[in-house]
Every structure is written in structure tokens, then in C-alpha cells.
Ligand binder design. Structure first.
Ligand SMILES: NC(=O)C1=CN([C@@H]2O[C@H](COP(=O)(O)OP(=O)(O)OC[C@H]3O[C@@H](n4cnc5c(N)ncnc54)[C@H](OP(=O)(O)O)[C@@H]3O)[C@@H](O)[C@H]2O)C=CC1
Ligand SMILES: CC(=O)[C@@H](O)[C@H](O)COP(=O)(O)O
Ligand SMILES: [Mn+2]
Length: 411
């Protein structure tokens, strides 16, 4: 299914989050210029039932899903009787499996989004992928499923949307390297000591992008860039040695591609996620929507510097994960998720986040990825490992509840 079918029947997973809200904003703009071009046929969220109910009403959505089962009644009460409510940890996946849709926007945060993305890949949907953790944890499986079903994966992550645009019309054999730009986060110029003991408030102050808390912390450790290297490996089928990172504090160049003749194509725009979301929505066309215009007359200087793998050890993990393959990505991703929540809960120091991810990778067995169940087992083992480490570091602490994608599934 390579052509873009209109009108679209779109499911938005993670509709109450930063990407979800921007996705709905893009849809409103596109529907204003071309009435009826996008019908929202399903919405899913974790726990924000009020926001979810308001969205369902505004977009006249027939089915909504909430991950927290105890919120089903409250959600149902806020909606017309005709609206179908799915609830529980499998609700987003069920929504994808039970709904006749052309497109699925994947904006759930973390590996909690993985089963629904696997379902979308199996069903051959056009996938607007923001949920990078899906490809980090199960890139091999998901890309294989998509190849088999004809599902198209359209990257929404700004760097990958940029690279996809730079690669349009290019041949795989002519690519020399992909270069992911990184803002450097709030600790770009901080000393190793400052980084190690950074506070939650400091880590949540991203210099250029407004995003949800988990990815904002990932940007601060540069684990976000590590996840993006792995994401690029699966999306563009390039080995680790052909994927580089450059620090670009202004976040105007969203990434670039160098070809074998040393020519470079880059994609530019303001740091505004409406751009990549619109790109995925209208691809291969480029419709106007709500993306801001770049005023190059006021742009000033664009700076670049090499990344520092000593102050940001998360970066090196990415290449190790690509080399190891199998469940290595699922392990690092899940360990990082639990560590990020533990940091937000002030149970560990900032510098311990990448340390715990690395420890999990060094300790746990890496297995070949055959099925979703195998990925979820590795994910669960990594979560258990980090929780045990947290309890060892701080025995009296309550275990944090970072969302696990494994529910009652038996497969
Ligand atoms: N924000 C950005 O600009 C960018 C984000 N991304 C990626 O996009 C994804 C989303 O990020 P972001 O929007 O910032 O995150 P947010 O934290 O802002 O939003 C997360 C969304 O996921 C929902 N959610 C959480 N757990 C579940 C679950 N188990 N089932 C269903 N829904 C769930 C939340 O619902 P609720 O509100 O009810 O908790 C919310 O709608 C991440 O993978 C991130 O890495 C990629 C590039 C840029
Ligand atoms: C908007 C987006 O795609 C984010 O992934 C962003 O790139 C994060 O910024 P960092 O470059 O600081 O990780
Ligand atoms: Mn990104």
C-alpha cells in the first residue's frame, strides 16, 4: 500500500500527549482546507480520560481506548452511549485490530506502544511513527512484518522525517552516511560532575523542543539520540558505522545525508513537530497545514560540534545495541524507561540513568528476536533487573511503575 489513500481513516494512539495533540491540530488544519480528508476513527490514551472524552466529542470518534481499566466507567460516562470504550493494557492494540483504518499514528510513549504498532504492521496500515521505542525494542520484527503486509512506516521523529525527505529519489547504494542532528540538551556545555548530579527541573528544561517528560529526559542524557541511531538503523537499513551524530544547538537542521560523491542534502525548519507530522500525513505530497515558516532572514548562525561520548555515555550504547542485535534494543530501552521514572521520582541521580541501561545490557542474555512475546520477555527481564538494582541501592523504596507493554497476553 504505497499510495496515499484519501479520505483517510486514522487512529491516533497517545492522542492526549505532546505528539498526539499536535497530530490532532494538524488534522484540524488539513480538514479545514480539504473538508473530510481525515476521519479520526479511534483514539487511545493511558489515563487522561477527560481530555480523551473531549477529543472524542470534538472529532466525533466512534471508539476510544484507555489503558487504565479502572477509568473505563468514568470515560464511558463522559461520552455518548454510542461511543465504544475499550479499556485495559491491551486496549490500544485491540483498537487497532478491531478498527477498519487506513492509517495509524503511533504516539504512545515507551514500549507500551509496541503491541499496537505490531498490530498495525501486521495489518498493513500506514504507520505514522513517533513511538521510536517500537523500533528500538523490535525493529527487526516490525520491519519484517511491515515488509510482509505492505505496511508503510512514515517517520514522525523529526530527524528521521528529515532523512526520509533527503533520501527521496536516492539509491541506497549511493548513501555514504546519515547524520542525525542533536540539540545537545540542557547539559550540552555542563561538566561531567554537574551532569551526574543534575536535578529533575534542570533535566526537564529542553533548550529547543517542547515535548513530553520521558523524551525530554532522554534528550538530556542523549539517550534520545542513542534511540534515534537505532531507529535510523531499522528505518533506513544502514549499519551503525554509517550513522553519525552532530550537535547542532539551534535544532534548525533536522538531519542530513551525505552521499558517496560527498554532496550533502539537509532538511531545515523551525523546531515545530507540526512539520514532520504533516509530512507523514500528506506524503508523498506536501500540503500546507500548521507548520511554522522558517524566517531565514532572522536565522543568524548555525553551530555544529562533535558529540562527547564521555559526558554522554548513552550514545555509545546505541552502536553496541546494533552490533549485538536480537533483544539488545528491548533490554536497553526497557532499562532506560524504568531508570528515567526512577530519576523523575528522585530515587537515583541523573548520571545513573545510562549506567543502569548499560548494566542491564551487560548482565542480561541477548536472544534472537523471533516473536513479539520474545521481545516482551526481554523487556520484562530488563525492568525486573533495574527494579532489583533500585531496591538494592535503596531497599525501602517503592518500585516505580514505568508502563510495561506486557499485560495478560499468553503468546
Ligand atoms: N514530543 C515530541 O516532540 C516527540 C516525541 N517523540 C516520541 O513520540 C512518543 C510520544 O512522545 P510525547 O508525545 O512527547 O509523550 P507524552 O508523554 O506527551 O504523551 C504520551 C502519550 O502516550 C499515552 N500513553 C501512555 N501510556 C499509554 C498506554 N499504556 N496506552 C495508551 N496510551 C498511553 C499518554 O496518555 P495519558 O495522557 O493518558 O497519560 C499520552 O497520550 C514517544 O515515543 C517519543 O519518543 C518523537 C519525536 C518528538
Ligand atoms: C523533536 C524530536 O524529534 C526530538 O527527538 C528532538 O530531536 C529531541 O531533541 P534532542 O536533539 O535534544 O534529542
Ligand atoms: Mn527526534
Amino acid at each position: 500500500m504505497t499510495e496515499n489513500l484519501w479520505p483517510k481513516r486514522l487512529i491516533v494512539l497517545g492522542s492526549t500527549g505532546s505528539i498526539g495533540l499536535n497530530t490532532l491540530k494538524v488534522i484540524e488544519h488539513l480538514n479545514r482546507s480539504r473538508p473530510g480528508c481525515i476521519e479520526v476513527v479511534g483514539l487511545a490514551a493511558g489515563r487522561s480520560v477527560r481530555a480523551l472524552a473531549q477529543q472524542a466529542e470534538r472529532f466525533n470518534v466512534p471508539t476510544v481506548a484507555v489503558a487504565q481499566p479502572h477509568l473505563a466507567r468514568e470515560l464511558g460516562a463522559a461520552l455518548p452511549r454510542t461511543t465504544k470504550v475499550l479499556a485495559g493494557p491491551d486496549a490500544a492494540e485491540q483498537l487497532v485490530r478491531d478498527t477498519e483504518a487506513t492509517d495509524v499514528a503511533g504516539a504512545i510513549v515507551g514500549a507500551a506502544g509496541l503491541p499496537a504498532m505490531v498490530a498495525a504492521a501486521e495489518l498493513g496500515r500506514r504507520i505514522h511513527l513517533a513511538n521510536k521505542e517500537t523500533l528500538v525494542a523490535a525493529g527487526d520484527l516490525v520491519t519484517r512484518l511491515a515488509d510482509r503486509s505492505g505496511a508503510v512506516i512514515l517517520p514522525v521523529d523529526s530527524e528521521h522525517a528529515a532523512i526520509a525527505q533527503c533520501l527521496e529519489g536516492a539509491q541506497h547504494k549511493d548513501v555514504m552516511r546519515l547524520v542525525l542532528t542533536a540539540s545537545g540538551g540542557p547539559f550540552r556545555e555542563a561538566s561531567a560532575e554537574t551532569i551526574r548530579n543534575a536535578t529533575v527541573d534542570q533535566a526537564l528544561k529542553h533548550p529547543t523542543w517542547k515535548m513530553g517528560p520521558k523524551i525530554t529526559i532522554d534528550s538530556a542524557t542523549m539517550m534520545n539520540k542513542a534511540l534515534e541511531i537505532i531507529e535510523a538503523h531499522w528505518l533506513f537499513k544502514q549499519p551503525g558505522e554509517r550513522i553519525d551524530v552532530v550537535i547542532h544547538p539551534q535544532s534548525i537542521i533536522h538531519s542530513f545525508v551525505e552521499f558517496k560523491d560527498h554532496s550533502i542534502l539537509a532538511q531545515l525548519g523551525p523546531p515545530d513537530m507540526c512539520g514532520p507530522i504533516q509530512h507523514a500525513m500528506t506524503y508523498p505530497d506536501k500540503w500546507g497545514g500548521c507548520a511554522q515558516q522558517l524566517d531565514w532572514t532572522r536565522l543568524g548562525t548555525l553551530d555544529f560540534q562533535p558529540p562527547d561520548g564521555d559526558r554522554f555515555p548513552a550514545l555509545r550504547l546505541a552502536y553496541r545495541v546494533i552490533d549485538l542485535g536480537g533483544t539488545a534494543g528491548a533490554i536497553v530501552n526497557a532499562a532506560n524507561e524504568v531508570a528515567v521514572h526512577a530519576f523523575i521520582d528522585q530515587r537515583i541521580r541523573f548520571g545513573q540513568i545510562p549506567e543502569l541501561a548499560q548494566q542491564a545490557l551487560e548482565t542480561l542474555p541477548v536472544e534472537p528476536v523471533k516473536t513479539l512475546a520474545g521481545v516482551l520477555d526481554a523487556d520484562a527481564a530488563a525492568r525486573d533487573f533495574v527494579r532489583e538494582e533500585l531496591n538494592r541501592l535503596e531497599p525501602a523504596a517503592v518500585t516505580p511503575q514505568a508502563a510495561s507493554p506486557r499485560s495478560a497476553r499468553k503468546d
